[in-house]
Design a binder for this molecule. Structure first.
Ligand code: UGA
Length: 339
């Protein structure tokens, strides 16, 4: 199988690439702005990398959509700080650029495996979010945080409409707070604009206060990347067409915690690390209003838990890594690279 991955150096892209090269005989054609996360994958003869930008290198993309069997358009801005700071960039990249790719997949009748997001459920009141039943609930326009959720939702709907009318074969997957090595770069975390787990690791390393936005009562279910990639591999394998035109949550409902509990657990793991056991001081945990941390365009999601019944049924998949182990592996990987 020939797999095209746009955004191959991103968090999901580079983990998926490594797994495909290690466990299959598939070839990968990948594009990204840089290759710093790709490690040894770059040397593999079945991996064909080109440094490029999806908004510029359109001919290369069209040629490779034609040539490949399955397309994963993984390019997106995915950090809440950016949704409120630069919503236009989010719209242009996450929506417009990806729509172009989807249209090419329709033109050449290629299967697309598209990253939807847990964010599409927004402030849904259900205790567990169901792919085919739950309402997708977002806030007012002035709360610009929701632009990402809306861009992804509209693409989900466009893909679904073309797919169910027979113009495209698709699977939409919805990651729920995947974490692991190289989630975001520590550089973006230094500026305070990365996702929460990378942010807390950078705060711990720099001995800066860990900020609990609005007290940290919000709840998330953190999913270890190896579990997420297991599910994604089963989607790509698509045994007996089990994922044809399906939407699938990929998350770990057993790993639910509040952001406050997350901060405490991460601090404990950091303090036990051999390199930091003897540190003279550690970050304190403080509370910060969301208005101050993100600005007035922010609104939070207080609870987010996936139903994974469908992933179990269609993929025979079950996440294995509990919360503490997932965080320990993630923190240790970051500290190893930082060293
Ligand atoms: C994330 C991002 O939108 C996407 O990466 C993705 O599509 C999706 O959710 C996902 O990974 O499932 P969110 O979980 O809100 O959204 O993003 P984080 O930045 O990781 O924040 C999680 C929570 O921690 C939020 O409630 C935020 O307010 C809080 N937070 C963040 C803090 O309390 N302190 C910080 O320093 C940073």
């Amino acid at each position: 199988m020939k797999v095209l991955i746009l955004g191959v150096n991103g968090f999901i892209g580079h983990h998926l690439t490594k797994r495909i090269l290690e466990t299959t005989d598939w070839s990968i054609y990948g594009m990204d702005l840089s290759d710093d996360r790709l490690g040894d994958s770059i040397k593999n003869p079945r991996f064909h990398f080109i440094e490029g930008d999806i908004s510029i290198n359109r001919e290369w993309i069209e040629y490779h959509i034609k040539k490949c069997d399955v397309v994963l358009p993984l390019v997106a801005i995915a950090t809440p700080k950016m949704y409120v700071e630069d919503p236009i960039a989010v719209y242009e990249l996450d929506f417009e650029m990806n729509l172009n790719v989807i249209k090419q997949c329709i033109k050449y009748r290629k299967r697309v495996v598209f990253p939807s997001t847990s964010e599409v459920y927004g402030a849904c009141p259900d205790t567990e979010f169901d792919e085919d039943e739950s309402f997708l609930c977002v806030g007012p326009i002035r709360k610009e945080r929701w632009i990402y959720s809306c861009c992804k939702q509209l693409l989900d709907r466009v893909i679904y409409a073309y797919g169910t009318r027979g113009y495209l074969e698709f699977t939409l997957f919805r990651p729920f707070n995947w974490i692991g090595a190289r989630l975001d770069s520590l550089e973006t975390a230094k500026e305070g604009s990365s996702r929460v787990v990378t942010q807390f690791i950078a705060d711990l390393l720099l001995k800066r206060p860990i900020s609990l936005v609005d007290g940290g009562h919000q709840r998330r279910c953190f999913t270890y990347v190896d579990d997420g990639i297991d599910a994604l591999m089963r989607i790509l394998e698509n045994k007996d067409n089990c994922c044809r035109n399906e939407i699938i949550n990929i998350g770990n409902p057993r790993n639910e915690c509040s952001i406050k509990e997350l901060a405490e657990m991460m601090k404990k793991i950091f303090m036990e690390h051999p390199l930091h056991r003897e540190d003279e001081s550690y970050s304190e945990i403080v509370e910060v209003p969301s208005e101050k941390y993100y600005g007035s365009g922010y609104q939070d999601i207080y609870a987010r838990k996936p139903s994974i019944e469908k992933a179990r049924r269609l993929l025979g998949w079950e996440p294995k890594f509990d919360l503490e182990e997932s965080l320990r592996r993630t923190i240790y990987a970051f500290l190893d690279e930082y060293k």
